[in-house]
Design a protein around this ligand. Structure first.
Ligand code: FRU
Length: 523
């Protein structure tokens, strides 16, 4: 978080100048070119991951489904490609894959910048902002008052709400904000609210530096603190951020557990920002974990501040994370925009043989509709290696199978000698990704690294899916049991893929798919 405070101090002058000469909200959206000439053609521009039309983006916010529309709001600074006074940018989708940019939803006001938070469909109109026939969408977010921060106060983050009666197109700030004041807690933010059917009330999880707090409310306006969790649990190498509490069924059983996601920065296993999770119970007031060990959703360094959708039409838990890391988010070599979101991923809970729990995260099924089958290679053997070359390989998906008792090395390469290497090594019990020679890496000192996670070698066949989208690689082993999400900036597009193995020269069911871009010509 230090980065943010430092930055927000830097940004104060521009915030003030904004105040002197307020840009009309309309003008800002025009400047943004929302739905206009945005081409999504820059060399590192993701072709099927969401990225903002231009300028700076961080956390996903207000993930909610309503009336056939999936909303994606996000931390947005529309005037620069570095972090600044936060707004909520907005995009909508019918399938969570193809997005349409919408005008900015929430603007800073007299209470401060609009930091991360969530959105709910207030179906019973508990807030009174709408009617039973036209229930409001309510956004619950953190106000960050830069003046208070600059003055050295601790109480500069409070919680506010806003509502929309036209499914997210226009928003009105609640005139009695903030709804939760700050009693001198320095990092007090990122409310995630959901409807708790068992107690028929709203529950909010919020973070307060080194722990989570839980609140309840009947109307989204008056909130009462009910419990706390985490001072002595999990990782504490940095500030806790972006909590998310929800129930999940253990796959293949009727058993249900509660899960708490907590982003932490710094202190992730491979450096900087990362997402830990806890499995346990929630009794309507507070959360308790069943385990002592630290659990992490992703071992790459580019999956942060992720949260899940509210109000989905199915029981699925769908997660989107910000595909960057506070270590270098401001330094990545893009010019017009900064950063993208992960693909939407389904979270599923599994019980291991030793009765511990694990959450897998894997791209949602709808994503498969984007795959254009151009090459299928079955059992191709060439002295222990298999290689595929294609000019569009930098926007592709490669699926193959491995046996978790054998060693494998998969490489993505280009003619300049840049390479991204994924390795499974049963001797060291480690899976690693190595982006030290992946192209532009020296824009920040921690970027050129090897990211690793341990695994149990065993005589089991597992799927591997690697997803490349110009400047990102997502690696999923065993349907998301082991995951790495990493940005890459090769000097020219990757065009070659190869797998080698000392112990298993047969590659089963290697499928290579091109992925259809989502930003093709406007209809
Ligand atoms: C996480 C975070 C949040 C905060 C937001 C500010 O990346 O630091 O805790 O609300 O970003 O943009």
């Amino acid at each position: 978080m230090r980065n943010i405070y430092f930055l927000s101090l830097l940004m104060l002058s521009s915030f003030n100048s904004c105040k002197e000469e307020p840009k009309e909200q309309e003008d800002l959206n025009v400047t943004l070119g929302i739905n206009k000439e945005v081409q999504y053609k820059e060399p590192y521009r993701p072709q099927f991951h969401f990225s903002p039309p231009e300028k700076w983006m961080n956390d996903p916010n207000g993930l909610v489904y309503n009336n056939g529309v999936y909303h994606l709001f996000y931390q947005y600074y529309p005037e620069d490609i570095v972090w600044g006074p936060m707004h909520w940018g907005h995009a909508v989708s019918k399938d969570l894959i193809n997005w349409e940019n919408k005008p900015i939803a929430l603007f800073p006001d007299e209470h401060g910048y609009i930091f991360s938070g969530s959105a709910v469909v207030d179906i019973n109109n508990t807030s009174g902002f709408g009617t039973k026939d036209n229930p409001p969408l309510v956004a619950i977010f953190t106000y960050h008052d830069p003046e208070g921060e600059k003055a050295g106060r601790k109480d500069f983050q409070t919680q506010g709400i806003a509502y929309s009666l036209d499914n997210g197109d226009t928003w009105t700030m609640y005139n009695r904000n903030p709804v939760i004041p700050n009693r001198n807690i320095k990092d007090f933010r990122d409310p995630k609210v959901f409807w708790h059917e068992e107690s028929r009330q709203w529950i909010m999880s919020l973070v307060a530096g080194d722990h989570a707090k839980f609140y309840k409310s009947r109307n989204l306006k008056y909130w009462q603190l009910t419990g706390e969790f985490g001072k002595d649990n999990g990782a504490h190498g940095g500030v806790w951020e972006c909590p998310d509490l929800f129930k999940l069924k253990v796959e293949g059983t009727e058993e249900e557990k509660w899960v708490l996601l907590i982003s932490i920065n710094p202190g992730a296993p491979n450096g900087g920002s990362g997402t830990q999770y806890f499995v346990g119970d929630f009794n309507g007031r507070t959360f308790t974990a069943e385990h002592e060990d630290e659990k992490w959703l992703d071992f790459g360094t580019d999956n942060y501040a992720g949260v899940t959708y509210n109000n989905l039409p199915t029981d699925d838990r769908v997660f989107i994370g910000w595909m960057s890391n506070w270590n270098y988010a401001r330094d990545t070599p893009t010019e017009r925009w900064r950063s993208a979101m992960t693909l939407p991923r389904k979270l599923s809970l599994h019980k291991n043989v030793d009765s511990s729990y694990i959450i897998k995260n894997y791209p949602i099924k709808q994503f498969d509709a984007q795959l254009e089958d151009y090459k299928r290679i079955h059992k191709v053997e060439n002295e222990g290696s298999l290689s595929v070359e294609h000019k569009e390989l930098s926007t592709s998906v490669i699926d193959f199978k491995v046996n978790l008792k054998d060693d494998y090395t998969a490489k993505l390469k280009n003619k300049q000698g840049d390479e991204f290497v994924f390795n499974i090594n049963p001797e060291t019990n480690k899976m690693t990704v190595d982006r030290r020679n992946s192209g532009l890496v020296d824009f920040e000192k921690t970027f050129a690294g090897v990211h690793e996670q341990t695994f149990k070698p065993m005589d089991t066949v597992a799927n591997v899916r690697m997803i490349f989208d110009r400047s990102s690689v997502e690696v999923f082993v065993d349907e998301g049991r082991h995951v790495f999400t990493d940005q890459v900036f090769p000097k020219e597009p990757f065009t070659q893929f190869e797998i080698t193995s000392k112990s298993a020269p047969y590659y089963k069911n290697v499928n290579v798919f091109l992925v259809k871009p989502i930003w093709e010509e406007d209809e």
